[in-house]
Design a protein around this ligand. Structure first.
Ligand SMILES: NC(=O)c1ccc[n+]([C@@H]2O[C@H](COP(=O)([O-])OP(=O)(O)OC[C@H]3O[C@@H](n4cnc5c(N)ncnc54)[C@H](O)[C@@H]3O)[C@@H](O)[C@H]2O)c1
Ligand SMILES: [Zn+2]
Length: 383
């Protein structure tokens, strides 16, 4: 993995991170104005392609026309498929109709699917690309902060099942990721904050210095200051790229990216994966719980937990189970049941990512259910 500066846009310096995966390596570019230059950037990689752009209604409203203009000015023919926004679009039904539409657009093996949207569109369009004609290439143009720092990088694609989230899918790496900072100006602040929780995660799992930098620079990031936002996205993407290059299919270190997610997924499942609780909000609470749990187990100091909680609070993110709408109905049994259904269960053992300190998390399978039960009982009694 390497991070460099290039100048594909006259007068600007663009950050470039390479995701090193042999012949499936690709670049992540981070800058403002990338959407307007998407045509040039794509035609350099794949001259003479045809594209289908997959997007959602919210994103299309602001960002589809500039992308289409950029493609046509580089003589790249494109058609757009605009889907309803929201997690419901990450379904088998939506996948099936998307693949049929892509076929009706005559997207061939050498053509491209472009995912223009948040994680929902990226996961769905990427999965569609992976199965269309046994695999066509795709480009990620992530438009939410969460998608820019997390879901667009690493090649996990898929849809949800009645049995749970992301249970149907494939590893399919994009050939290019364009993180255009300008698109974030139209993102709702609550969605931006939810994406920020994933940014903080990178500091907590492996990079104390980054966490300290975030403590000082969060206001600038929230104000979309270009330099600070670039640093936050670049550091997050570099760390993800590094981890993915070491462990593409999550047999080891990639699991660290799930800090706070075992708790978080249980909350999302109990609240129905919707507006009540966004993914980033769920893992904000989940990460605080992971610190509190580590604290209870005696492997992490309370002062670390306090720092993490204070940062999420300052970032206007939820930190307690009681912050979740409907939390008074939760029982530890319900939560543990949901945690067991999470895909991070291996041969019956729940896999936990637990911090030893800020910047150092470890993967553990040593947690007994009674210990977890006692901890959750304590937390639920407080709320
Ligand atoms: N593949 C992975 O590695 C990975 C990692 C993390 C999360 N995910 C998945 O990502 C999804 C969540 O992603 P998300 O938070 O981006 O959700 P999302 O795609 O639903 O986007 C959130 C909302 O913001 C809107 N939006 C997006 N960009 C916008 C913009 N620039 N302007 C205005 N509105 C905009 C969308 O229309 C939607 O309403 C989940 O399905 C999750 O499972 C995947
Ligand atoms: Zn996440």
């Amino acid at each position: 993995m390497s991070s460099q500066t290039i100048s594909p846009i006259p007068g600007q310096t663009t950050k470039k991170i390479e995701v090193a995966l042999g012949n499936r390596s690709y670049d992540i570019l981070i800058d403002s104005g990338l959407l307007q230059h998407a045509g040039t950037l794509i035609s350099q990689l794949r001259p003479d392609v045809k594209c289908s752009i997959v997007t959602d209604e919210n994103v299309a409203q602001h960002h589809l026309a500039p992308l289409q203009k950029a493609l046509s000015s580089s003589n790249i023919p494109s058609e757009a498929i605009i889907l309803p926004p929201g997690e419901g679009t990450k379904s088998f039904n939506a996948l099936s109709s998307l693949v049929e539409t892509l076929l009706s657009h005559e997207i061939e093996r050498g053509d491209l699917v472009i995912a223009l949207g948040g994680g929902v569109i990226g996961d769905l369009a990427g999965f569609a690309a992976s199965i269309l004609r046994r695999g066509v290439d795709f480009v990620q143009i992530p438009t939410s902060l969460l998608a820019q720092v997390d879901s667009s990088v690493g090649g996990k694609t898929g849809v949800n099942s009645n049995y749970g989230k992301n249970l149907i899918g494939a590893f399919h790496q994009p050939i290019l990721v364009l993180c255009d900072l300008d698109v974030l100006t139209t993102l709702e602040p609550r969605q931006f904050r939810a994406g920020y929780a994933e940014v903080v995660k990178y500091g907590l799992i492996k990079n104390e210095e980054f966490f300290t930098w975030l403590q000082t620079n969060r206001n600038e990031i929230y104000a979309l200051d270009k330099q600070s936002l670039t640093h936050a996205i670049q550091t997050s993407c570099s760390m993800k790229a590094n981890i993915v290059a070491l462990d593409e299919k999550e047999h080891g270190v990639r699991a660290l990216l799930n800090l706070g997610h075992t708790f978080g997924h249980a909350f999302e499942s109990l609240t129905g994966y919707g507006d009540k609780l966004l993914h980033g909000e769920a893992i904000s609470i989940g990460m605080v719980l992971a610190f509190e749990f580590a604290d209870k187990l005696g492997i992490c100091k309370p002062s670390e937990t306090q720092k993490v909680t204070a940062h999420f609070k300052a970032a206007n993110l939820p930190t307690r189970i009681e912050d979740i709408p409907g939390a008074q109905e939760f029982t530890s049994k319900m939560l543990i049941e949901k945690m067991r259904q999470d895909k991070k269960v291996e041969r019956g053992d729940m896999v936990f990512i637990l911090p030893h300190k800020i910047g150092k998390a470890v993967v553990t399978r040593q947690i007994s259910e009674p210990t977890l039960h006692d901890f959750l009982e304590e937390k639920l009694a407080i709320s």
